[in-house]
Design a protein around this ligand. Structure first.
Ligand code: NAP
Length: 529
């Protein structure tokens, strides 16, 4: 084993990566601790998919007095950070990309992570956003100044002031690792899937992988292929359907390059195909049954051992958590190359990992594919609105917003990828673009109409939230599994939008057309798919 030594601790996300070519990094700026704060119209925090979308949409609307502040030294967010073996997207690349920057050159139906990261860098360059980037700059605190009607930011590079603050800090940016008794007794390498140490080589090593989510099912077969002896700690079995990945032939790529309309038609057809998957989530009808049968027959086809199949069969409703796509997860386990521990990891005893079943597994290294702080984003502890109220306190009972992006008491603040803005069945780009579009619309309308401040009223936010709570009732996401879609304190569906992507776009579009300052909630009918 030549894994990095000494044992890496789970690092904050990817700060060691190479910057976008010619992007101004925070490191190139003189220390500004005592300098007067730099003032711009709009600050976007985060240069991942959402931050790039917001900055691009603003620029395309003529708003260029924008700074994109990013703590890492490169753009890309989750695709910059996640470099574990096998990382890829499980939404087809032609759908998992910006509608305004189609890419005819995708190499495969499901793009590898590195290709998505290159794509995001190219979008930043091609949209002319590079001069707006302030990389390597950690935003420490964001406070609304009521008198000046400005947001004041303190950062690792000094102060910033802006009129509008767009928070695009990501929902998969803060890794979570369970606190385990005896952690200090384990001296081998430990890493989170999103903080993979490039160059780690686990060939011949006994590696415990904790978790069976989207990251683990991609990572585990690759680790086994590389010669690691993997033990997977499975707290709950995932539902898995066929992936059917394939290269996109060069002839098809050339055809897309020469015929943008054909590429657009392909994207739209993929969108409709994935959008249809929503029906299986809202009611236990024929669509859910056929999804269930697809997954069960996939399992039966790939795992012949009955006892193993039983351990790999989920005990909760399909769709309650993200349905995973994999053609090599079951074969890796069925072949014996990967040992399955059918319970959680609960403690460490030196080089042994203790499972809830009581079993003890000798391990040389541990990989936590245990997900992210998504429903309780740590950035909420850094945002103070009217009267100094913390966003984390506003969200004490779970995240809420009006139109997914605006919170009462937090003027001129827009959160992207925040409350009820995710999907389980379709591309995140569809949701992110709808939010970025609304943010850009509101910023340009504020300028055009002379509105200094926009803010959701408490009634608007409460009504919107009540509508969503009602729409969430009876859906599969609240059918009783433990998932990161649901806030664990309030048991409300706070991460996912309960409708489909089309309804989200329509609902946010309707908000963008309301007179400023935004008065009342959109009608309930707008929330229905
Ligand atoms: P995740 O879906 O939150 O999964 C975390 C896993 O860790 C779950 O299986 C969870 O078990 C398990 N876990 C937590 N504590 C444990 C313990 N003490 N012992 C054993 N297991 C434990 O995290 P993720 O896989 O990183 O995926 C997060 C999200 O990233 C996905 O939902 C997806 O949106 C995105 N993602 C997407 C792709 C893609 O291809 N598009 C790829 C990777 C990730 P329980 O299920 O029992 O809670």
């Amino acid at each position: 084993m030549t894994a990095a030594s000494p044992a890496p601790s789970p690092a904050p996300s990817g700060r060691q990566h190479a910057p976008v070519a010619d992007a101004p990094s925070g490191r190139q700026h003189a220390p500004v601790a005592d300098a007067p704060p730099r003032e711009v119209d709009t600050i976007v925090v985060g240069a991942g998919i959402a931050g790039i979308a917001a900055a691009a949409r603003l620029r395309r609307s003529g708003v260029t007095d924008v700074l994109v502040v990013e703590r890492a030294d490169d753009v890309g967010g989750t695709w910059r950070d996640n470099v574990y073996p096998g990382v890829a997207c499980d939404i087809p690349a032609h759908l998992y990309s910006y509608s305004f920057r189609p890419n005819p050159g995708w190499s495969r139906r499901f793009a590898p992570g590195s290709e998505i990261q290159e794509y995001l860098r190219s979008v930043v360059r091609d949209e002319g956003l590079t001069p707006q980037l302030l990389l390597g700059t950690d935003v420490i605190d964001m406070a609304w100044d009521d008198d000046a009607e400005r947001w004041r930011l303190s950062t690792s590079r000094g102060g910033l002031v802006c009129r509008v603050l767009i928070l695009a800090a990501g929902r998969l940016s803060e890794p979570v690792i369970p606190q385990l008794p005896g952690r200090e007794s384990f001296v081998g390498p430990v890493m989170h899937s999103s903080a993979w140490m490039p160059g780690s080589d686990f060939a011949g090593a006994r590696v415990g992988v904790v978790g069976t989510g989207a990251s683990a099912v991609q990572l585990v077969p690759r680790l086994a292929e590389q010669g690691a002896e993997v033990t997977v700690f499975q707290r709950s079995a995932p539902w898995v359907v066929p992936r059917a990945d394939a290269p996109i032939p060069s002839s098809a790529r050339a055809a897309f390059a020469s015929d943008p309309a054909a590429m657009q038609a392909h994207r739209e057809s993929l969108f409709r195909e994935f959008e249809a998957g929503h029906a299986a989530r809202v009611a236990d009808g024929p669509e859910r049954e056929s999804l269930r049968q697809l997954a069960l027959s996939h399992l039966a086809a790939q795992v012949s051992d009955e006892a193993l199949r039983a351990r790999l069969t989920p005990d909760y409703e399909i769709g309650c958590k993200r349905v995973l796509l994999s053609d090599d997860w079951y074969p890796a386990i069925a072949s014996g190359a990967v040992a399955l521990e059918p319970s959680a990891i609960v403690a460490l005893e030196g080089g042994r990992a203790v499972a809830a079943s009581g079993a003890r597994h000798e391990v040389d290294a541990l990989v936590f594919a245990t997900g992210f702080a998504a429903t309780r984003p740590p950035f909420a502890d850094r945002v103070r609105g009217r009267g100094g109220r913390l966003l984390a306190d506003h969200w004490a009972e779970g995240m809420t917003a009006y139109a997914s992006i605006l919170m009462a008491g937090f003027p001129n603040l827009m959160v992207l990828d925040g409350p009820n803005a995710a999907l389980g069945h379709n591309s995140a780009f569809a949701m992110i673009e709808a939010q970025a579009e609304l943010a850009a619309t509101l910023v340009t309308r504020m300028r055009a109409e002379g509105a200094d401040v926009i803010e959701a009223s408490p009634l608007a936010e409460q009504t919107w939230t009540a509508e969503l709570d009602a729409a969430s009732r009876g859906t599969v996401w609240l059918s009783g599994c433990r998932s990161w879609y649901v806030d664990d304190r309030s048991n409300r569906l706070t991460l996912l939008w309960p409708g489909n992507a089309t309804a989200f776009r329509a609902a946010l579009g309707a908000v963008g057309e309301q007179p400023l300052p935004l008065p009342s909630p959109v009608p309930a009918s707008a929330l229905q798919s």
